[in-house]
Ligand binder design. Sequence first.
Ligand code: ATP
Ligand code: MG
Ligand code: MG
Length: 589
Amino acid sequence: AVKAPASVFAEGWLKRVYEEKPAKEVRTRFPPEPNGFLHIGHCKAIAVNFGFAKHHNGICFLRYDDTNPEKEEEKYFTSILDIIKWLGFEPFQITYSSDSFDRLYELAEELIRKDGAYVCHCSREEVNRQRGGPDNRGKRYACEHRTRPIDESITEFRAMRDGKYQAGEAYLRMKQSLTDENEGNPQMWDLPAYRVVEKNHHHRTGDRWRIYPTYDFTHCLCDAFEGITHSMCTTEFQQSRISYDWLLEQLDMKTPKSEERGPMQREYGRLNVGGTILSKRRILMLVEGATAEKKNADGTIEKKVIPPSVRGWDDPRLYTLVALRRRGIPAQALLKFVEELGVTDALTEIQPPRLESSIRKHLERTVPRQMLILEPIKVVIEDATPEDEQELTVPYDPKGTITGERTVKVGKEVYIDRADFREEDDPEYRRLAPNKVVGLYNVPFPIKAASFSKDETGRVTEVRAVKAAWTNEKTKTHIQWVDVATGIHVTARQYNSLFKSESPNTLDWKTGGWADDLNPESEITYEHAVIEKGLRDLIKQHTLNPSGSSDDLVRFQALRVAYFCVDVDSTKDKIVLNQIVSLREDKGK
Ligand code: ATP
Ligand code: MG
Ligand code: MG
C-alpha cells in the first residue's frame, strides 16, 4: 500500500521549529494588518499558524494588528475572519493589538525608566544620517537626545501623548546598539517605538490616542501578552528577530539567549504567485481605476484616466482569497495545494497553471458532470419519433467516482455549440457538418446534418439533421447537447489572465503603462448559454442539504467545456456561472 505523505507539520522545517521549543501547550497567532483583503500568500500564513496549532492540539489566535489608524477599515476586519472560517479554521480568540494600547504605553514608560528608550526630535533625514546614511554604511552616531535624562524623556513622552507635538516632531526611540561599531544589524540601531499620527482617529479606540506604537514595539509584546509560544512570520522579518528578542529581554519577558521562557520567532518563506498582482496598492488601482500622470520632456503633465479593470476585490480574475472563493476554488483544495508546496525558509514562487492543475485534479474527483452549451445553435432532428423523445437517466460521473444520477431529456430540437458545427466538411474534422455523423452524449443514435439555414449576416441559425448510423467505428465522436424545450438559459463567464504580460509586476505602475497591458479577453461573457435542466436539481439539492461548511457552492464539470460554479450574482430568474478552471492546461488558461 502507498503510505500517505506525512503532514507538513510532522516533518522538516515545521517539525524542527517545534523541537526547538517543544511547548506543552502550543499557542500561535495569525496577525494580519486590517488594511486590505487577504491574498493567496496569506493562505500559507493561515495554513502554517492555524495548522501548526491544530497539529499540536494547541490554539491559534486571530490578532488584528491594528496599529495604523490611517489605513484600516471595518470591511477588512469582517472579510479576514470570513476567509479564515471559509478555510475551515476557527480562531481560539479574536484579539486586537489596540486592546493592549494602555499596557503597551505603560511598558514604554517602563522601558524609558530602565534607560531603554528616549524621546528624539530629530528629523527623518537626520535619523537616517545617524544610522549610517542611505546605504547604512557611513559612520553611525548618536544625537543629543539619546543621553537626555530619563525624567525628561518621560515628560516628553507624556507630552507626545497629550498632543504637544505634530507628526514627525517627536519619536520614542529604543536605546539599542546604535553606536556599537560591532552591531551590523540595522534593526538594532535605535528603532522608533512610538510615533505621533496626524490622522489619528482609530476605529476601536476613537480619539483617545495621538501616538501609536510601531510594529517593532507592538508585535513581540502582544505575542508575549497572549502567551504565544511559536511566533511564525515570513523571512523579511529575519533581521527583526534580534530586536524582537531585545525588547522582550529588556522588559523581562524572555530569558536572554534562551527559548525557554517567552515567545520564539521563526521565519518561513513567502508564497508568491507570478503572472498576477498581489500588492494591495496595485489591486486598488485595478478595482477603483486610477489617474496616472506622465511628465513629458517639455515639463508638461499628461493626465490619463484609467477606468476600473475588475468588478471588485472579489473579481474572479484576482488572486485575493475572496476572489478565489468566488471563482469557485474549493477551500480544501486550496489548503491542500499550499501544504503540498511545503514550508521551509525558502521563497515559493509559482505560476497560476500550477495552482490550476492542482485544483483541476481535486474537482475531477469531486464534482458532478453537466452539459453546457456556451454558444448555442439549434439542431432539429427531423425524423425523431415520439419514442426517441425520452428521459434518459445518466450518472453524475461516467467514471463513477461521484455517485448519483440525473435525468436528461432528449427532444426533437437540441442545442449544440456553434464550435461543433462546420458548414463545409473536412476529412480531419470529427464533429457535425453536412453529411457528417456525430454522437450526442448518452443519446442512443448518432445524427447526421442534412441542411442548414443562415441569417442575413451569414450566421448559421439552424441545422437540420436526421438519425444516422456510424459509418466508421474508429472515428466516433460525441458532443454535448441540451434539449431546447427544457434547457435553462444562463450567463457563463470564462476567465483568462488579466494581463497580456506574464510578469505584470514589471509593468510601469507609476505612470499608468500597466493599463496598456490589460488583456481585453480576461473575461468572456456568454449571455446566451444553455445548460441541461439538471442544474436546477443540483441547486435544489444543495439548498435542501447544505453541507454546513462555509465552502458551499454548486460546482460541476461542464463536459468538453470547463469546470464551473454558480456565482453569487445568480437570481431566481437568471443563473450566472463562473469558470473555475479549464479542463486542460492548454485550453483557455
Ligand atoms: P502584503 O504586503 O502582501 O499585503 P502583509 O505582510 O502586509 O502582506 P499582513 O496583513 O501583515 O500582510 O500579513 C499577515 C501575515 O501573513 C504576516 O505574518 C505575513 O508575514 C503573512 N504573509 C503576508 N504575505 C505572505 C505571503 N505572500 N506568503 C506567506 N505569508 C504571507
Ligand atoms: Mg505586514
Ligand atoms: Mg503590507
